[in-house]
Design a protein around this ligand. Structure first.
Ligand code: UD1
Length: 416
């Protein structure tokens, strides 16, 4: 069952409900451990990365149950040596650090594994935490946190914008003594969502979403009920599904403001885009998209998580274009697979030179990471004939019910 067999070409049309944000949920679930009070989360997506996070926390003695909402009770957490092997599977487990530092003051955390899209270091997380007074050592494959007496707010000026490190430092600073200022902070909507969550717990975070975040330390955090924001990358992906297939898709439960640059680029391709407060619709019926240059960079610029989907779009668009990847060094693994399907793409350093073709041809292709896998599945939906995407397990990490959602829009996808 680790392959998708897709029959194309199909025009993808219809309406879809966007799930809760993967990246926001993952961070929020881990930093929920900052308080022993119960927490209720709404709109957490049913995806594999969340299942792994739940398994890790359950092993640590956190009680989590999921019916309509996710209930988290970490009052009985028992193990301060965070050596559970699952930690290696998801990058997000680095956000166990705030709880280790705040609640246990000492402990050991296996380093979250690397990832096929690049090296994924955690030096900025550690640097920022040390500036708050945390004592952390790198020890071969794990981090060792020694008794931290008093965490004291500080000015932390990151040399590079990092979503993960901003979340780590912002979370720990909520319970440090005094005021912390994070300069050159990541400005992503997920940072705002996580700050809103922490503020609902009683934190005092000001200016999340701006370049400079101010955090006034508080003594304790309480419980809360929190509704996770919609997944902007899932939204963008379904809009691409309409754009590449000459279709028409309406995404519900989403947020236009979080997708400005993506919508601007899609508009440039010739798509008709309409939207309301919580919906976006993209119509490409009867049109052939025009190719568009892409330059990935930290928010509010173009998201690296939408790069492979736009590579597909440019592969089947009129004209030639250049995609430049500036965030991760190894994020072009989908390119060789698109070429097998007839795409005319050339990699030069951190750029893909794309010459649009009229048709892709069904082929056997290999998924290597989350975003490449969804792009290959969409390629299969628009290619002539049968496409088999191997190693489809990557897709389940971040896309809820993806086969059913795409099939409800007219795709023909089966698991084999
Ligand atoms: C998060 C998202 C990921 C998205 C990425 C960039 C989650 C779970 N993942 O990843 O989907 O693609 O933001 O928008 O939220 N870096 C360092 N040292 C560090 C940390 C990062 O050098 O300590 C580098 C990275 O290698 C990368 C760049 O900084 O080149 C940006 O990474 P970062 O923003 O931290 O990405 P993540 O938080 O890992």
């Amino acid at each position: 069952m680790n392959k998708f067999r897709i029959l194309g070409p199909k025009k993808l049309k219809g309406e879809i409900r966007i799930s809760g944000s993967k990246n926001s949920s993952l961070a929020i679930i881990f930093i929920s451990l900052l308080t022993e009070k119960p927490i209720i989360l709404k709109n957490v997506p049913y995806i594999q990365d969340i299942d792994v996070a739940v398994k890790i926390l359950t092993k640590l003695g956190v009680k989590i149950n999921r019916k309509k909402f996710m209930n988290i009770d970490s009052s009985g957490i028992c193990d301060k040596f965070f050596s559970c092997k699952l930690i290696k599977y998801i990058r997000a487990s680095i956000w166990l650090l705030p709880a280790i530092i705040i609640r246990w003051r000492s402990g050991k955390l296996i380093l979250p594994g690397g990832c096929s899209i690049g090296d994924r270091p955690v030096d900025l997380h550690i640097w920022g935490l040390r500036k708050l007074g945390a004592k952390i050592k790198f020890n071969y494959d794990h981090l060792k946190i020694d008794s931290v007496n008093k965490l004291i707010g500080n000015t932390i000026h990151f040399s590079k914008i990092s979503v993960g490190a901003t979340i780590t430092v912002m979370s720990v600073a909520t319970l440090a003594y005094g005021t912390t200022i994070i300069k050159n902070a990541a400005r992503d909507p997920e940072i705002i969502d996580i700050a809103n969550f922490l503020n609902k717990l009683g934190a005092k975070i000001i200016n999340a979403g701006k370049n400079e975040i101010v955090i006034i330390g508080v003594k304790y955090l309480k419980s809360c009920i929190y509704n996770i924001m919609p997944d902007r990358i899932e939204t963008g992906t379904f809009l691409i599904a309409a754009a590449v297939s000459g279709g028409d898709i309406l995404c519900h439960n989403t947020c236009v403001n979080n997708l400005k640059i993506v919508l601007k680029k899609l508009k440039f391709t010739g798509a008709k885009i309409t939207f309301g407060q919580d919906w976006i619709r993209l119509n490409m019926i009867g049109k052939c998209p025009r190719s568009v240059n892409i330059n990935t960079a930290p928010y509010p610029n173009f998201p690296t998580d939408m790069q492979s989907q736009f590579t597909l779009l440019n592969s089947v668009s009129k004209g030639s274009s250049v995609i430049t990847e500036n965030i991760f060094e190894n994020r072009f693994m989908h390119v060789s697979e698109f070429i097998k399907m007839g795409a005319r793409l050339n990699i030069k350093d951190n750029k893909i030179i794309c010459c649009g073709v009229k048709k892709l041809i069904g082929s056997k292709v290999n998924a290597t990471d989350l975003r490449s896998s969804i792009s290959l599945v969409l390629a299969g939906c628009i290619a002539d004939g049968i496409t088999v995407v191997k190693n489809i397990h990557h897709i389940y990490r971040g896309y809820e019910s993806i086969k059913n959602k795409l099939n409800s829009l007219g795709a023909i996808i089966e698991c084999i």
